[in-house]
Design a protein around this ligand. Structure first.
Ligand SMILES: *Cc1c(COP(=O)(O)O)cnc(C)c1O
Length: 388
């Protein structure tokens, strides 16, 4: 009450370039041949669910793809009316709401289909559903053989409208031969059941879209590429960086030779070293696992190595060769100077996990898109409240 102090700016924040997001969406559209399901699960891969969904809601999308009903609800509460698709199997407790809100599930079993049908019947409604086919992912969907057997029963569920069919690729960025076989299996299912009976036919994620033909598919499900990262490095230059993770320098000083830095004293200065402390750590989602693996940050466009272990709230970097660095300076943890894919590799993980691991403590900022600087990410920018 009557706090005389303005709210201090954050120490760690993520700048989200919405113009770059829209650029990548158009790249995805061009690659896919038209219809897109924009995958915005896990808070739009950590970019902020409501701001991202709102930013592209009027971009003529066929669906938003989400992981669960909580995410679907948040999109609707943000005033976005684009159809919503739930990417995995649903459990019984979610289904009443899915029917009532007219969201689109993909079915993995006859039991799931029959339960949806009975809820829809009781509600006097008809529900559009997609069929999920397991062509090799092993996570959900009917096996092709089982789907063939179930098809007559599925078609007699009077309150379900079979509106689409989809499958998912586990290795589109790793195993060409397996992926080609999977695409062939999906097309065999389509041919057998009748391609044209399915309004929507979808199989390809980002890697699939970039590296394989769509065949009879008329809908693609890009996730990662929308956020500016190609799972296949050869396509990276077509995409624009969306998220830049930044932090402030909170302290700069010289440490003498032989001085340990951070927990466990894994790093000991071999010579007098100018050390900057940054106000970010693994509590913000910066991966602790990079400790000792030679990760850099970028200060004023210059690479500076991380020293010792990443701590919960702070990280030390060597600024001996960056004499201009001083307290309060902005540091890029990843972005256009330090590719997030490089960081993921040094953390022995994948970009998807880095993005979704950025915690609620990091303020997401959405700089306004200006016609003169469509990709500018410099302040002033608007902030949204911290996610819950
Ligand atoms: C997450 C997901 C996608 C998006 O995958 P990317 O590799 O991020 O493009 C597509 N389809 C399904 C079923 C998913 O779960």
């Amino acid at each position: 009450m009557n706090d005389p102090f303005p709210i201090s700016p954050p120490r760690a924040w993520a700048e989200i370039d919405l113009a770059a997001l829209k650029n990548n969406l158009e790249v995805a559209r061009a690659v896919s041949g038209g219809n897109l399901m924009a995958v915005v699960k896990a808070g739009a891969y950590g970019h902020g669910l409501e701001p991202i969904a709102s930013a592209i809601a009027s971009s003529n999308l066929a669906f938003f793809g989400v992981a669960n009903v909580g995410e679907a609800r948040r999109i609707r509460n943000a005033g976005v009316t684009t159809p919503i698709y739930l990417l995995g199997p649903t459990w019984t407790g979610e289904r009443e709401e899915i029917v009532a809100k007219n969201w689109t599930p993909c079915l993995s079993s006859l039991e799931e289909a029959q339960h949806f049908n009975s809820i829809a019947t009781a509600a006097g409604q008809s529900l559009k559903v997609h069929l999920a086919v397991d062509t090799g992912m092993g996570r959900g969907g009917f096996s092709p053989d089982h789907l063939r057997e179930c098809m007559p029963t599925l078609e007699h569920l009077t309150h379900l409208e079979i509106d689409g069919i989809g499958s998912h690729l586990p290795s589109a960025d790793e195993d060409k031969e397996f992926t080609r076989g999977q695409i062939a299996r999906f097309h065999a299912v389509l041919a057998e059941l009748g391609t044209s009976r399915f309004k929507w036919r979808h199989l390809l994620n980002s890697a699939g879209m970039l590296a394989y033909d769509r065949g009879e598919c008329n809908l693609a499900r890009p996730g990662l590429m929308l956020y500016g990262v190609s799972p296949l490095p050869e396509f990276q230059q077509q995409l624009a960086t969306v998220m830049t993770l930044k932090a402030r320098v909170t302290l700069v000083r010289w440490l003498p030779a032989g001085h340990g830095v951070s927990y466990g004293r894994q790093f000991v200065t071999p010579k007098p070293t100018r050390v900057a402390t940054l106000g970010i750590g693994y509590g913000d989602g910066y991966p602790r696992h990079v400790s000792g693996n030679g990760a850099d940050v970028s200060v004023h466009g210059r690479r500076c190595p991380i020293l010792g272990r990443v701590t919960m709230d702070q990280i030390m970097v060597d600024v001996t060769d960056a004499s201009e660095v001083s307290e309060g300076d902005e540091v890029e943890m990843f972005g256009s100077n330090i590719p997030v894919a490089e960081l993921a590799k040094k953390a022995d993980t994948i970009v998807w996990e880095i993005f979704t691991g950025i915690t609620a403590r990091v303020t997401r900022c959405y700089p306004p898109e200006t016609p003169e600087h469509p990709h500018s990410s410099s302040p002033p920018f608007t902030k949204t409240p911290d996610p819950p």
